[in-house]
Write a protein that binds this ligand. Structure first.
Ligand SMILES: C[S@@+](CC[C@H](N)C(=O)[O-])C[C@H]1O[C@@H](n2cnc3c(N)ncnc32)[C@H](O)[C@@H]1O
Length: 358
């Protein structure tokens, strides 16, 4: 038992170490900028109108936010108080510094691991934007958070979308990096792209969930029925759609009066590069999926030649760019994107094959 809890702490420690040095902290000035805060505020109000308009922003409500703190700053305009929590001490220190400098009185920031930390208050609004997939024990995390939501309170939960082209490719690249230990640092000219690249490929934990199981877990934890859960980009009968799926999915859940403390079974993670899953979209499986699986299989059994490493890294970068097609290949059709991807998979296969004969 003791061993298990030690292991959990260590894995989350890696996450806080990563975010302490990498990703968002490198660009915190622009994330805390007035422009960014304004833009998030208008996004929040737009989402509120569509998904949780009954929340009455009367300046008496309190909110909880997790992350870099930039969304806490934005939300502090609408709530009497915002409690910010994050496992990354650096995020907490940066936010504390910002609120002191800007004389903001209604934000408190705490360094805590929400897999285990027992929250003491109940909140009217909880903002979990891109958090759940990075924590080591998402089941505990969610049960913990949901127990601190007031009755009729709202939680926004945004996760990365399983079965989207972006996250299938990111999972593929993460699998490659895990097997080969390849390190690529700041390869792009653009700072934002470098930050995303680091975050997507090197953050220690990035889980994609079985979304229908998560949906029913949210039902159980909130004591609500489906009509109390509003969905953005959820597809009830489809697990994978590389052409149409957006790369994120949001749940907006209203908690219903619930005397008991519901318990859920362990949230199921959905591995992406496995035949059973990829065959759910058979045309993609035939054109691309099979090749992704085969490359991972080959890599498990052989090392990349030193003199092929650069070509291999270039392929990783090109596939990453394809995963970020909305940014890099905005005007390309889906078919052209798949052709581009296939060219790159062919290149990787050549690199691996040449290992045999050189
Ligand atoms: C991708 S970032 C989310 C950024 C957020 N969307 C924002 O704009 O601020 C993930 C965040 O989750 C935090 N996190 C991950 N696991 C956690 C845990 N167990 N407890 C508290 N925070 C955690 C990380 O420290 C990091 O700040």
């Amino acid at each position: 038992m003791k061993k298990t809890s030690e292991k959990i702490k260590n894995k989350n420690r890696l996450t806080s170490k990563f975010y302490g040095k990498s990703s968002y902290v490198k660009m915190i000035d622009s994330y805390y900028s007035n422009k960014e805060i304004r833009s998030y505020r208008s996004f929040f109000i737009k989402e509120k109108k569509t998904f949780f308009n009954k929340l009455n922003l009367n300046k008496k409500l309190i909110a909880l936010d997790v992350g870099t703190g930039r969304q806490s700053i934005a939300l502090s305009k609408y709530f009497s108080h915002v409690d910010h929590f994050d496992i990354t001490k650096k995020h907490v220190l940066l936010l504390r510094n910002y609120i002191k400098k800007n004389k903001i009185k209604n934000i408190s920031s705490y360094n805590a691991d929400l897999d285990s930390f027992k929250l003491k208050k109940k909140y009217d609004f909880i903002n979990l934007d891109g958090i759940l997939m990075h924590t080591n024990n998402p089941t505990n995390f969610l049960m913990n958070i949901m127990s601190s939501l007031k009755d009729e309170g709202i939680i926004k939960l945004l996760i990365y979308k399983s079965g989207s082209l972006k996250f299938i490719l990111i999972n593929f690249l993460r699998d490659i990096i895990k097997i080969t230990n390849i390190k690529i640092e700041s390869p792009f000219k653009n700072k934002v792209t470098n930050m995303l690249f680091e975050d997507d490929l090197y953050v220690p934990i990035l889980n994609l969930f079985d979304e229908s199981k998560l949906y029913s877990a949210l039902n159980t934890l909130s004591g609500s029925s489906n009509k109390d859960i509003k969905l953005k980009n959820f597809a009830i009968n489809k697990k994978i759609d590389t052409k149409k799926f957006h790369h994120s999915l949001s749940f907006f859940v209203t908690k219903k009066a619930n005397k008991s403390h519901p318990v859920i079974s362990k949230l199921k993670v959905q591995p992406q590069i496995v035949p059973g899953f990829l065959k759910e979209e058979f045309s993609f499986y035939e054109s691309v999926g099979e090749k992704l699986i085969s490359i991972i299989k080959i890599l498990k059994n052989k090392k990349i030649d030193k003199n092929k490493e650069l070509d291999f890294k270039v392929s990783i970068l090109r596939i990453y760019k394809i995963s970020q097609y909305k940014f890099f290949y905005r005007d390309l059709t889906y078919e052209s994107l798949i052709t581009l991807l296939n060219n790159e998979l062919f290149n990787i296969n050549q690199i691996l094959l040449k290992n045999h004969y050189d």
